[in-house]
Design a protein around this ligand. Structure first.
Ligand code: NAD
Ligand code: ZN
Length: 230
């Protein structure tokens, strides 16, 4: 892997599964019988901001108790030791890659520890847990705060997704870890890399829509498969 000039690693919820963060589509994906697709949307927030915040508060509590696993650690080490270009593109909002030491990363779906005011638009890190009242309000203007994440049906932050597409389009090797490769536009990234001639390796216990196009599929859990390479 070391002689590959430019490396992109793309991760999804699966890389954090062994840390104890549930994926959306897995068996543990339900909360009070709601599916993520029913809560992580602008419509759900408009209807019932308190309910959506209760779910995010539950997820923040869950994530706060989790630690990076050998999968995150392998990816951080690859960044440190690789001499060519490197970029980690993650769909995860849990911050575990940064905790593991990754720094060349784009979080294309945002960060669960960020909040953004729906009135004045200001954005900041806020690790308050639990919030004294839900939904939380903006210190500056009293407006309603929302989680600093991208919801289903929302556009991705342009700068972040632009960097991800540029890197995918010019990489020599792409490692795709723990993503079902069905959430667009991120699911285009491995296709773009393949079209541009990159070697694509998938790490996932299950087959995904990407499997037929991947050059190699390493079947197994990220922490076990990548941890074995540490
Ligand atoms: P996803 O689409 O990334 O799918 C999860 C994938 O991980 C599946 O293909 C599954 O087979 C695989 N997987 C399960 N356990 C694994 C393991 N131990 N090692 C490697 N792969 C494993 O994610 P989703 O849950 O369908 O969610 C869709 C969107 O929501 C994505 O943006 C996702 O990142 C986000 N999300 C983020 C978090 C987080 O921040 N940790 C958690 C849930 C969902
Ligand atoms: Zn405000």
């Amino acid at each position: 892997m070391d002689d590959a000039g430019s490396v992109v690693v793309l991760t999804g919820a699966g890389v954090s599964a062994e840390s104890g963060v549930p994926t959306f589509r897995g068996e543990d994906g339900l909360w009070r019988n709601f599916r993520a697709e029913e809560l992580a949307t602008p419509g759900a927030f408009a209807r019932d901001a308190k309910l959506v915040w209760e779910w995010y508060q539950w997820r923040r509590e869950l994530v706060a108790a989790c630690k990076p696993n050998p999968g995150h650690e392998f990816i951080a080490r690859l960044e440190r030791e690789h001499r060519g270009d490197f970029l980690l593109v993650t769909q995860n909002v849990d911050g575990l890659h940064r905790l593991a030491g990754s720094s060349k990363l784009v979080e294309v779906h945002g960060d669960i520890w960020q909040v953004r005011c729906t009135s004045c638009g200001s954005s900041r890190e806020d690790r308050t847990l639990p919030f004294p009242e839900l939904p939380p309000k903006c210190d500056g203007c009293g407006g309603l705060l929302r989680p600093g994440v991208v919801w289903f049906g929302e556009a991705l932050p342009e700068e972040a997704i632009g960097r991800a597409f540029a890197a995918a389009n010019s990489c020599d090797l792409m490692l795709v870890v723990g993503t079902s490769a069905v959430v667009y536009p991120v699911a285009y990234l491995p296709e773009l890399a393949k079209d541009a001639g990159a070697y694509v390796i998938e790490v996932n216990p299950d087959e995904t829509p990407l499997t037929p196009r991947a050059d190699e599929s390493w079947r197994g859990k990220a922490g076990e498969v990548l941890g074995g390479l540490l």
